[in-house]
Design a protein around this ligand. Structure first.
Ligand code: PMV
Length: 318
């Protein structure tokens, strides 16, 4: 094949929802943090011929790609339409260490990196608003009824206080603590969980509406404790949020077990993160050695992977 030009690339990272998953879909506030230890790079090479893709789901022509890639292919088509060009002559490579379907924003991050790489390929500046519009195409296919939170945070290096269709306040998170993230090793079920919570909220008898608005209150309180750098109170808020999420049926046995493990090992608070029913959980701790100790406890308790995420600008992993 003849090479038409150099390789262009686009990057993005994962995200951690500190508080407000699920309730954010119902217009309550949420707080999310960019998770730069997990990232993705999409590279695009211009070659003559049918467009091909290299990814964990498929390597070959995009016309033979499985449904898992529909969201990306529709996004690719939309960007090519925008540039008034056919979706040919591209070789797309996706390199990601963001675990897929674990509540870490993998789908939004890959779509963000793809759109950025395409705009680099077409040598055109990309505004945040346009990026968000293209990534929303992908998220609508991947999740059905996304709040838009993932799409905002995977392209930002700041944390975000977010209310759907209303405001996205970006801020620099700076707390004297760490989040320890543990992967259950189980795929989450975001779409299904969002639908089920929606059904519960629609049925007044379930009390789910109160649980969801309670999560909104907790997110507002979390924001205040972030501002006052009160880790202990923030930890209590995370515990209360997990209690609501459990009652909304989006936790599961393995998440509950890892959360108990966190509390038994001195975490200030612990909860699931993302869509739930699998995927990842987070635990808040105040000291680096406690974070280290917790990763060991998580691995012993069956976590498939752990990460330590410092919350301050000036603290490092030991
Ligand atoms: O599982 P993730 O990473 O897609 O996070 C889902 C977060 C939800 O609040 C459950 C859904 C949403 O669109 O915000």
């Amino acid at each position: 094949m003849e090479v038409l030009s150099n390789i262009a690339s686009g990057k993005a990272h994962g995200k951690i929802i500190l508080i407000g998953e699920h309730s954010v879909v119902h217009n309550e506030p949420a707080i999310a943090i960019p998770f730069t230890s997990a990232n993705v790079e999409v590279t695009i090479e211009k070659l003559y011929g049918e467009t091909t893709i290299e990814s964990i789901y498929h390597t070959g022509k995009i016309k033979d790609a499985p449904v898992e890639l529909n969201n990306l292919i529709e996004t690719l088509k939309a960007v090519c339409d925008y540039f008034d060009t056919s979706i040919e002559n591209l070789h797309i490579t996706i390199n990601s260490n963001i675990p897929a379907e674990r509540g870490m924003g993998s789908s939004a991050a890959v779509a963000t990196a793809l759109v950025r790489a395409l705009f680099h390929t077409f040598e055109t500046d990309l505004s945040d608003e346009l990026l968000y519009q293209f990534v929303s195409i992908s998220e609508n296919i991947a999740h059905g009824n996304p709040s838009g939170l993932d799409a905002k945070v995977v392209s930002s290096t700041d944390s975000i206080f977010y209310v759907k269709n209303k405001n996205a306040d970006f801020f620099k998170l700076d707390l004297p603590g760490y989040l320890v993230v543990a992967d259950t090793g189980q795929k989450g079920a975001t779409g299904e969980a969002v639908t089920d919570v929606g059904r519960l909220v629609a049925d007044r008898k379930t009390g789910a509406k109160q649980l969801v608005s309670g999560l909104g209150d907790l997110a507002n309180q979390a924001r205040r404790f972030i501002e006052t750098k009160d880790l202990e109170r923030l930890g209590e808020i995370l515990d209360q949020a997990q209690n609501n999420l459990r009652q909304l049926t989006v936790s599961n046995d393995k998440l509950d077990f890892l959360i108990r493990t966190a509390k038994d090992n001195g975490a200030l608070g612990a909860k699931l993160t993302g869509g739930g029913r699998g995927g990842c959980m987070i635990a808040l701790v105040d000291k680096a050695d406690r974070a280290q100790q917790l990763t060991e406890a998580f691995l012993e308790a069956g976590a498939s992977k752990t990460w330590i995420h410092p919350l301050g600008e000036n603290i490092n992993v030991k």
